[in-house]
Write a protein that binds this ligand. Structure first.
Ligand code: CMC
Length: 430
């Protein structure tokens, strides 16, 4: 807490509010006692301006386009690290040394299988079941299979995290295989986190899959870029659900459900569907730009805009570059890339988008890379969920370990319904 204070005046009476300053200079008014001292609450629909907690995990500056995990710039992490390394960083707060990383990888291998009884659950989803709904259900179900959970020490936390990180990858790949009606491919101890996932997705007894190093490198990068994003909708959901004392798996299952929405992680699927629609419409950009600008039309340019970023999304900059490189390396010529680039150019020179600070976000180009890797469109948001998992676990743990400020999440409201009135018996109602 800083020594600075702000003064709030309500009807001639002044109140002092403490100012809280973050390590990177972000400032907040501490209003925790406001209602008690003044009788007022603050109204902030969509939490546009509300800090729900203090956190040591991720720093984001939307004006400058900065994103740091535990103090390290996203650009350096994406360039130099593996996803497992970054997951360790988010969870523990420090980059692992070689031995720590090997141990963490060892835990991942140890936990890669899922209980065989879990596999039967897949059989009871209808053939067209949505992968995000399956994933959320299965992660919640894990709490019945692996109930022992204590996150008191770093060692225990790493075990819990490795188990979930490893199993979500197996669940995601199995759900795809089941949807295809193909035999399941089990995890292999000799493959990396990303290599294992790709192999479980694409290996077939009749046609062995060769893990392509370029694809592994790109997948690592994508997962790192999605690994945390401070108090976004799904992470806030994980924290809110967890704040009631709910176990990790169930809290994360709720986060997966929040991520599914097209305004959040579901945007990566919506982008591809939008680009495909433009392609089918003979690249009629004008039609889609017009729709996006029309206040009476619900259509929005998916993959554009962000609640926090107001100049550029640093993740999108890296992904755009990786997109072109990956397509080239895999010798994929996808017309959707050209459409995406043209759409970006048109939108970025249009006053509607400029004046509202609407730029491509993380989801705009990621889907084109997933397509090139052979990942089906309805699995894109599952990829986002796999990437975001270390962030969700880190936030859930940070909250659970906070004995000082931890409170059940319970916002207030301003009631605008009818005033108290007399009950009318049914025979007197008109
Ligand atoms: N296309 C057209 N207009 C837009 C868009 C868009 N993609 N995004 C915002 N606007 C307009 C909006 O209509 C509003 O206009 P006006 O001021 O005339 O009413 C203005 O811009 C402000 O929008 P908002 O809805 O108040 O902004 P928000 O901060 O509440 O919403 C957002 C942020 C990401 C939900 C929104 O930009 C959006 O719906 N984008 C498309 C979906 C998308 O790509 N989501 C992924 C976000 S990044 C991944 C993640 O971390 O979740």
């Amino acid at each position: 807490m800083s020594e600075k204070h702000a003064t709030l005046t309500i009807e001639d009476k002044s109140y002092t509010l403490p100012i809280v300053e973050g390590t990177e200079g972000d400032k907040a008014l501490d209003i925790r006692t406001l209602r008690k001292t003044t009788g007022y609450i603050t109204l902030d629909s969509g939490y546009m301006n509300t800090g729900s907690c203090s956190s040591e995990i991720t720093f984001l500056d939307g004006e400058l386009g900065i994103l740091n995990y535990r103090g390290y710039g996203i650009e350096e992490l994406a360039e130099n690290c593996s996803f497992v390394e970054v997951a360790y960083l988010l969870l523990i707060g420090e980059l692992p040394n070689r031995e720590q990383l090997n141990d963490f990888r060892g835990l991942m291998s140890r936990f890669a299988l899922i209980h065989e009884d879990l596999i039967h659950f897949f059989d009871h989803f209808p053939p067209k079941a949505k992968p995000m709904s399956i994933l959320s259900t299965m992660v919640n179900t894990l709490s019945n299979f692996y109930p022992e959970m204590r996150e008191d020490s770093d060692e225990e936390l790493l075990i819990i995290a490795a188990r979930l990180l490893s199993k979500i990858r197996t669940l995601a790949a199995f759900s795809y295989k089941k949807s295809e009606g193909h035999p399941l491919i089990y995890p292999r101890y000799d493959l990396s986190y990303c290599g294992n996932f790709l192999n479980m997705m694409f290996d077939k007894p009749v046609k062995p899959y060769v893990v392509h190093p370029e694809v592994v490198a790109t997948l690592n990068k994508l997962l790192i870029l999605h690994a945390d994003h401070e108090q976004n909708c799904s992470t806030s959901t994980v924290r809110l659900v967890g704040s009631a004392g709910v176990n990790l798996y169930t809290s994360i299952s709720a986060g997966i459900s929040a991520l599914w929405g097209p305004l959040h992680g579901g945007a990566n699927q919506a982008v591809i569907e939008m680009l495909e629609a433009i392609h089918r419409d003979n690249n009629d950009f004008e039609k889609y730009i017009k729709k996006a600008k029309d206040p009476n039309d619900k259509f929005r340019l998916s993959g554009f805009g962000h609640r926090v970023y107001k100049t550029f999304d640093p993740r999108a900059t890296i992904i755009k570059q990786a997109c072109a490189q990956t397509l080239k390396a895999l010798n994929v010529d996808d017309p959707l890339l050209e459409i995406a680039m043209q759409l970006e150019e048109i939108a970025r020179s249009d006053d509607y988008f400029i004046s509202r600070n609407l730029y491509p976000n993380v989801d705009f180009y990621s889907g084109i890379i997933y397509r090139a890797m052979g990942i089906p469109t309805n699995m894109f948001t599952v990829m986002f969920a796999m990437g975001r998992l270390p962030g969700w676990i880190s936030h859930w743990t940070e909250m659970m370990q906070d004995t000082k400020d931890r409170k059940i999440g319970r916002p207030r409201q301003v009631y605008l319904g009818p005033k108290k009135r007399d009950f009318v018996p049914i025979h007197e109602r008109k």
